[in-house]
Design a protein around this ligand. Structure first.
Ligand SMILES: [Zn+2]
Length: 468
């Protein structure tokens, strides 16, 4: 049974989705004022790996991840470059998509942006004001945190402790406006010359926390299965999301909270973040590191564990990846030269490994243990690559399982798999032509495949293909 560690309860819980067979998840995305740093990449890779595992387990996954494209940092960066803030944000959204594609991260089902949700954000804030959970002061709107009785539950802090913490950081100006130091901004009045939208409280822009409440509930429903993000977002960001959403809907907001660990670097394992100034952008790393190696390196640590970024660890990942690649190449060669038929022994071995893999990964997506089973499978590939009596269909099963597991870790050995996908597509196109009695076209596709050394066999179950 799939179990996930829920930050809310601080323990592993059996996972059951709200809608059978379906998982709806939301993961906080980056503020797009620069190239993503390696900490952002870790979060994106961790949740992409989790998503792919859910899909492997047969769930239909709706995955939403936002872009914060309205924010002080963007306004400041745009001021320096002389661009319009939304143009600068678009430039870094494009860069994000480019970097994450290189890392083998699937695009989200939806990537909503704050700037495109302003009317919905204003409605949401108005509703909170009407319910007495928010108040307007001089064009700002604040959330009355103490009024929400579960405030502090996610981060396991009580409001009085929070108030003491907040009092130390608050400015005199904020203190004058807020009823309570722990209250937080839902809407901010525009400063002269700043990007802004009209609202019932005058010209302004949304605070950061509100966009995630609005986007997630709009796209996934008032209650959804999983909310993810980096550990550093637990407080105040996710605490505030819960307060906003639950006080508006009166329902549970999120059923499982998942937080990924940090990336550390250097000898003292400092948390990598922009504020420490030791961050590295993915854009820079990929100038010298193979994106597949970076992906595999990061996907190989369970999402809650810290990752130590170092050249030595990258090198280890590159070596492991190479071993996996060679095992595949060897077996593909054997498969292409094997006689038809099924080997019951292999069927049995694969079932045992499958059970082991699922047991490992169902335990809070324990990728380290999952990888151990993947390497056991690679060992089997190497063994059978040296046996010339094994049957082709069993070797196909072996390869299919191997590819399915590799994909969970974002690994696709391009030369081989793309080629196979191209051939599959042509074989399908030929079947369609034959069904339509377009024999000229089906013969032409057969010739084209024959030229690539592909032999077709028409069986009652459809067309199979193999290499000469
Ligand atoms: Zn968020």
């Amino acid at each position: 049974m799939l179990t996930l560690y829920n930050t809310m309860s601080r323990q592993k819980e059996p996972f059951t989705p709200l809608h059978p067979g379906e998982i709806r998840m939301y993961v906080c995305g980056p503020t797009v004022y620069n190239y993503i740093h390696i900490g952002n990449a870790r979060s994106a890779i961790a949740f992409d790996t989790i998503r792919r595992y859910f899909e492997y387990r047969g769930y239909h996954v709706t995955y939403v991840s936002n872009f914060t494209d309205v924010d002080d940092k963007i306004i400041n960066a745009a001021h320096e470059t002389g661009e319009a803030p939304l143009d600068l944000a678009q430039r870094f959204i494009d860069a994000f998509m480019e970097d994450t594609t290189a890392l083998g991260i699937e695009p989200a089902t939806a990537h909503p942006r704050a700037s495109q949700m302003i009317p919905d954000i204003i409605d949401f804030v108005q509703d909170l004001v009407a319910k007495g959970y928010a108040y307007a002061v001089d064009g700002d709107v604040y959330y009355r945190a103490r009024k929400f009785k579960h405030y502090g539950e996610l981060s396991h802090q009580n409001v009085d402790e929070l108030e003491e913490g907040a009092s130390q950081h608050i400015t005199q100006e904020e203190l004058a406006k807020k009823e309570d130091p722990i209250d937080f901004a839902l809407w901010k009045a525009a400063k002269p010359g700043e990007i802004s939208w009209d609202s019932p409280w005058g010209k302004g822009r949304p605070g950061w926390h509100i966009e995630c409440s609005v986007m997630s509930t709009q796209l996934l429903g008032d209650t959804f299965d999983i909310h993810g993000g980096g550990q550093d977002l637990e407080f105040p960001h996710h605490e505030n999301e819960i307060a906003q959403s639950e006080s508006k809907t009166g329902k549970q907001f999120v059923r499982y909270w998942m937080h990924n660990g940090f990336v550390t670097i250097g000898e003292d394992d400092e948390k990598m973040s922009k504020s420490l100034g030791n961050f590295i952008t993915v854009h820079d790393i990929l100038k010298t590191v193979d994106p597949q190696v970076l992906r595999f390196f990061m996907a190989g640590t369970q999402y809650r564990m810290p990752i130590r970024y170092s050249d030595a660890n990258l090198k280890n990942a590159a070596n492991s990846l190479n071993r996996l690649k060679i095992a595949r190449e060897n077996l593909v060669y054997r498969r292409d030269n094997a006689v038809p038929g099924v080997d019951p022994k292999i069927t049995e071995q694969l079932q045992t490994l499958k059970d082991q893999f699922i047991t490992a990964m169902d335990d809070d997506v324990n990728v380290q243990n999952g990888l151990t089973v993947l390497f056991d499978l690679a060992k089997l590939l190497n063994e059978y690559a040296n046996e010339d009596t094994v049957k082709r269909e069993s070797l196909d099963d072996l390869l299919n399982l191997y590819d399915a597991w590799l994909q969970i870790f974002g690994v696709v050995f391009a030369d081989q798999t793309n080629l196979d996908a191209d051939i599959d597509a042509l074989v399908k196109a030929r079947d369609v032509a034959r069904a339509a009695k377009d024999f000229a076209k089906s013969d032409q596709i057969r010739d084209q495949l024959a030229a690539q050394g592909i032999i077709l066999e028409d069986t009652p179950q459809g067309t199979r293909w193999r290499r000469k």
